[in-house]
Design a protein around this ligand. Structure first.
Ligand code: SF4
Ligand code: SF4
Length: 370
């Protein structure tokens, strides 16, 4: 029989009192995308809270099943919305993950991401940088592309650049490295995350940027919530949708049914709900349809929190449910995060539905009248 391994889960232990306020009411079950997928109690918020508590008190060994369950969380925060005890489930999950990584128990897929970022400064391990034809120079506005739009969904970056040019924005790109979001979510060592933060902030400041614009919800959340804990920013940050919502956009008519998928990092985490809807409302003849589960109660796309890398099939199934729901009411799903776009498209691949998926940067650039 393998020896039981108890770890020093110091970070989880610090949140022990909060974990004890879980009444096991099970309200978190009604919203957790992972529970909806596998119907296993250890995969829902209360299950993970119990596991983290057990690790902290050394009552539960960190065996494979415990590690697997603690990584079955997209960090979507939907359970926190429903939790009557106001438990910060995402913080607890991330603390327990950091303890697991510290003990050398990161999942193989996540070890690969950590190694890729150490070697290439991006989670995909890409060694050849993409050329977007924008020279780095001093400017008031910077566009932080983020690794997914840089290496996997680069049409989104191209459309965002085209849009900024059409709107006559004096902008530059940044000599950026990964923002650190994936590392933060999977519990990688703080010094690795901090190194990325310092490199990015230095690169932004070097160009005299006063406002940094993002198309990635995960990158923006990192800069807004995590960076200030470790580095002094000294510049403003906003999502492209916030920037666009302040413009008087002249757009071509688009007489189709559009719905908007709220990315968890932009919506529940940063509370940015109105701006994307305002941008869509500027499109003539559009028929906007709100999904039943939207804004605070939006369903997760299933890809975040390191789930896409560790459990791609589950990420795909979760995304397919969101796509199916949207396809019943709309011709086009618009969102504001390259990672959501990518995961929703993978979800669509396993179901036969007739619906398009686009980032808002693509849609607005295609419709903008110049
Ligand atoms: S909703 Fe909160 S209190 Fe209720 S079981 Fe889930 S984590 Fe525990
Ligand atoms: S954050 Fe999302 S995925 Fe994680 S336990 Fe809560 S509802 Fe489930």
């Amino acid at each position: 029989m393998p020896r039981k391994r108890y770890i020093n889960a110091e970070r989880a232990k610090k949140l022990e009192k909060e974990m004890l306020t879980c009444t096991f009411c099970g309200f978190c079950k009604s919203v957790c995308p992972y529970f909806e997928d596998n119907q296993w109690d250890p995969s829902v918020a209360r299950g993970k809270v119990i596991l983290a508590y057990g690790l902290g008190r050394k009552e539960i060994p960190a065996d494979d099943s415990v590690v697997e369950r603690l990584y079955q969380c997209t960090t979507c925060k939907d359970c926190e919305r429903r939790c009557p005890s106001n438990i910060r489930v995402v913080d607890i999950v991330e603390a327990a993950r950091a303890d697991l990584v510290e003990a050398g128990l990161a999942l193989p897929a996540h070890k690969k991401i950590i190694e890729n970022i150490r070697k290439t400064k991006n989670p995909y391990g890409e060694t050849i940088d993409a050329d977007f034809g924008v020279p780095l120079r001093k400017a008031e506005v910077g566009y932080f592309i983020g690794c997914t739009a840089r290496y996997r969904q680069n049409d989104i970056a191209k459309h965002a650049i085209s849009l900024l040019r059409k709107l006559n924005v004096d902008f530059t790109l940044v000599d950026e490295v990964c923002c650190g979001s994936t590392l933060q979510r999977i519990g990688a060592k703080e010094k690795d995350v901090k190194r990325l933060m310092e490199a990015n902030v230095k690169a932004v400041k070097k160009l005299g940027i006063k406002k940094l614009i993002f198309t990635c919800a995960g990158c923006l959340r990192m800069f807004k919530e995590e960076y200030p804990k470790h580095v002094e920013l000294g510049f403003e940050t906003e999502h492209l949708v916030q920037f666009l919502a302040k413009q008087d956009l002249k757009l071509k008519p688009f007489p189709k049914r559009i719905t908007y998928h709220d990315p968890c990092h932009l919506g529940r985490h940063l509370k940015i709900y109105d701006e994307p809807r305002k941008v869509i409302s500027m499109i003539p003849e559009v028929k906007y349809v709100e999904l039943t589960e939207s804004k605070e109660s939006a369903r997760c796309c299933g890809g975040g929190g390191g789930v896409r890398a560790a459990d791609p099939k589950a990420a795909q199934r979760i995304a397919s449910r969101r796509v199916r729901a949207a396809s019943e009411v709309a011709d086009l799903i618009v969102t504001a995060c390259p990672f959501c776009v990518s995961n929703l498209k993978l979800g669509k691949d396993i179901i036969k539905v007739d619906v398009e998926i686009k980032d808002i940067a693509e849609l607005v650039d295609e419709l903008l009248v110049t």
